[in-house]
Design a protein around this ligand. Structure first.
Ligand SMILES: O=C(O)CCC(=O)C(=O)O
Length: 289
């Protein structure tokens, strides 16, 4: 995969964007991902669909319409995502919202929901990290609010920590077993039934176009509807953390995946492990870049 010269425009991020992110736990940046990089990400998904990685999952329930496909750790498996994370300047955007000069790559994934897919992405937090972390959620197709990512405004500051959710359970059930809190943090609890009580929550979402992206605090409770439109909707998410963040004891599913990847990366459960291998680069390598 050739290096592209195109760098995303970090300068266009305003102090107001950062303030909104800090206050609400999410912000929408308009027109910041260039067509060139959108093409690269789209090619990565196309190639992933043709050559599924060991982490690709078809999550459509038997007897249901549509098609719901996810893949994870894609930077590790596909050059398109590696070059995007390493060369596009996206790390600089992550760093800006972490309030730092650099950000450490954690992991990435994509989701494609085809028309007629009713399944929601369940409400969840992206936990497992001891330290600040965030998600950059990048739509590759236009999505209106009926389809696009939803965030419970301010939930990153609730001081709550919920069990991780399985994306394919008939009723998204909390995986309660084997989870422990990091020292000084409260034990994870079951996520409330937000869909049954939507009016009690301040749920925010945006109509988005390719080129836009959402920056979401990893502790913000977020989820997404099915796809009720007539076209496929694909999105790519990369997750970034403050350099030196640790794999928390409750990050057991991350540890399980790392074990599967056999990378020599941190895999111990129950310990505060650093992410200090090449799989988790601190970027940009030169903070002034
Ligand atoms: O796009 C979605 O359906 C969910 C994305 C998500 O949960 C994430 O990127 O962490």
């Amino acid at each position: 995969m050739p290096k592209l010269n195109d760098r995303l425009d970090v300068q266009s991020i305003s102090a107001q964007d950062v303030e909104s992110f800090n206050a609400d736990g999410a912000v929408c940046l308009r027109g910041i991902i260039s067509d060139q990089w959108l093409d690269v990400l789209g090619c990565g998904i196309e190639r992933g669909l043709e050559n599924p990685s060991p982490f690709q999952n078809i999550r459509t329930r038997p007897g249901h319409f549509g098609r719901y496909v996810t893949d994870t750790w894609v930077r590790h498996n596909f050059d398109e995502f590696r070059t995007f994370c390493d060369d596009s300047g996206i790390a600089k955007i992550a760093a800006r919202f972490l309030g730092l000069d650099q950000a450490q790559f954690l992991f990435d994934s994509w989701i494609a929901k085809y028309p007629g897919t009713m399944m929601r992405t369940p409400w969840h937090q992206d936990t497992g990290i001891h330290g600040s972390s965030l998600i950059i959620w990048i739509p590759l197709d236009p999505m209106n609010k009926d389809t696009s990512l939803e965030i419970v405004r301010g939930s990153h500051a609730w001081g709550r920590h919920y069990h991780s959710e399985r994306f394919d359970d008939v009723i998204a059930a909390a995986k309660a077993e084997g989870k422990r809190a990091a020292p000084g943090q409260r034990e994870p609890e079951r996520i409330p039934d937000i869909d049954r009580h939507r009016s009690e929550y301040d749920i925010i979402s945006w109509d988005v176009e390719p080129g836009d992206c959402l920056i979401v605090n990893a502790l913000s409770v977020h989820g997404a509807p099915g796809n009720y439109s007539t076209t496929p909707v694909r999105r790519y998410s990369c997750r970034w953390m403050e350099p030196g963040a640790l794999l928390a004891p409750h990050g057991d599913w991350i540890a399980e995946h790392l074990l599967q990847l056999s990378t020599g990366a941190p895999k111990l459960q129950g310990a505060m492990e650093p992410f200090d291998t090449a799989m988790f680069p601190v970027l940009p390598a030169n903070a002034d870049a």
